[in-house]
Design a protein around this ligand. Structure first.
Ligand code: ZN
Length: 161
């Protein structure tokens, strides 16, 4: 029953649901889990419309789950990267979460050529990815702090037996 209580607690706090006892790298293989983590870091209290600022008015586009529409102003579609340095990136948020995890949680600094090989992107794209991640850290410190906390929390739970 320990597991059920744990699951309920996690659900109440609104944190991403993940299975325990799995290495974090494996957990992060799921695009959906990464997206949940990223959205939670961006909007700890639920999506906020970047156009009108409405809270609790977001509905997820069923056809494109990373996109939200606003029921208040009805004039925009947005995602967790809107208004950040990661906006207009063609890369899925899961790549950003994995890259952040490798560099900042596992403390493995990567060079642009390593990023290029690892994610199968052009060298210039890899360079820009590293730059953008740094820009996120300096310009969105609260969000990135939450991302770090969520990933460290995952690592703690994954390591527990
Ligand atoms: Zn709105």
């Amino acid at each position: 029953m320990v597991h059920e209580a744990y699951a309920e607690r996690r659900q109440e706090s609104g944190w991403p649901q993940v299975e325990r006892h799995r290495p974090v790298v494996e957990i992060l293989e799921s695009h959906e889990t990464c997206r949940d983590i990223f959205e939670k870091a961006r909007w700890p209290d639920g999506p906020v419309c970047p156009n009108c600022g409405a809270k609790h008015a977001a509905s997820r586009l069923k056809t494109r789950p990373g996109l939200w529409t606003c029921k208040a102003c009805r004039s925009c579609q947005y995602s967790a990267t809107s208004g950040t340095h990661l906006h207009r990136s063609r890369l899925p948020v899961s790549v950003w979460v994995r890259l952040y995890h490798t560099i900042y949680i596992m403390n493995r600094p990567l060079t642009a050529s390593q990023v290029s090989r690892r994610y199968d992107v052009a060298f210039l794209t890899a360079k820009s990815m590293l730059r953008r991640l740094e820009a996120m850290n300096s310009e969105n410190p609260e969000m990135m702090g939450r991302l770090e906390a969520i990933l460290r929390d995952l690592a703690r739970n994954a390591g527990r037996s």
